[in-house]
Design a protein around this ligand. Sequence first.
Ligand SMILES: [Zn+2]
Length: 373
Amino acid sequence: MKTCSRCIYNETIPEISFDEDGECSYCKLHDNMNNEYPTAKNGQKILDEMANKIKNDGKNKKYDCVIGVSGGCDSSYLLYLAKKMGLRPLAVHYDNTWDNTIAVENIHIMLKKLDIDLYTYVVDNEEFNDICRAFLQASVPEVDAATDVALTTVLYKAAEEHNIKYIFNGHSFRTEGISPIGWFYFDGKYMQSIHEKFGKMPMKTFPNLWLKKWLKWLTINRIKRLRPLYYLDYKKEEVKKFLTEEFGWKWYGGHHMENKWTIFCDNYYMPKKFNIDLRYVEFSAFIRSGQMTREEAIKKIKEPIPVEDDLIEEVKKRLGLTDEEFDNIMKAPKKVASDYKTYRSTFKLMRPFFWLMYKADLVPKSFYVKYTR
Ligand SMILES: [Zn+2]
């Protein structure tokens, strides 16, 4: 098995290639992004300009930006950063009813100390469970797509309601990494087609990201999505320590582990059924940005992925699946997004439009690169 000489991505990663020194194309992509999004003095300059623009556009408004919060490390730090930039954020939480208690406490601790208002959207839990069950039955890897799609919609909704022009996203490619092209796909039509085929309840409270609505938010409301952490030398361990000491924030045991459904998807369903181990993405990012050595990563990746026994039982119970039904789901032949209806062909046709949207900071570059090819 060929493995990158710098990170731990290997030839099983989709669309990977290696140069003559054995370094992979994703490491190259990281280096390109590292140049495109500078840190230190140059990064600070960009953040200052960003803050001025947001303040200007937010004059006479109660809030000037929206920040999605999960209780996790990145979104918690983003709240602190926004305040430090002199902004007036509105925190937005999408509650899929599977929140971890520590995560919820974290949200409240941060908001109280920073004096930030919260906008929460709670989905009907039976309806959300119905969507989860439908995705499991569809046998695709994106069983947590519902959370990502809904969070995106709720962020736009909150921004529209309060006439806010900016959405902050807590992604940091230096820490979270660049997920391999083709590992995941999600959009509003994909949600709908799987739910129509396998779901049992009508979609009433689930905030789906319909294309028509999204285009309105992009072109009429002109709501921009920004990633401020790209301009910081963002080090996960240091940030965790800072949040704990400064705010009494608590670590909940792993990346994206603030939600039980996400833990099930990332730590059990995807690795067991699809051989997708997200730690490759995270550890490789840590190596590239000097937060972990390659030796350390090789050692750590051999450790089993932690999953509590109770969690699997809880998933079966909440989704009303018998042991046999659950086993059948785990054994069913694997499917991919292209086996179902999606917006992909529409996105492809709209590639020039989305290029303009990316250039205007209205959609993230990763969307343009991955979804319109
Ligand atoms: Zn690499």
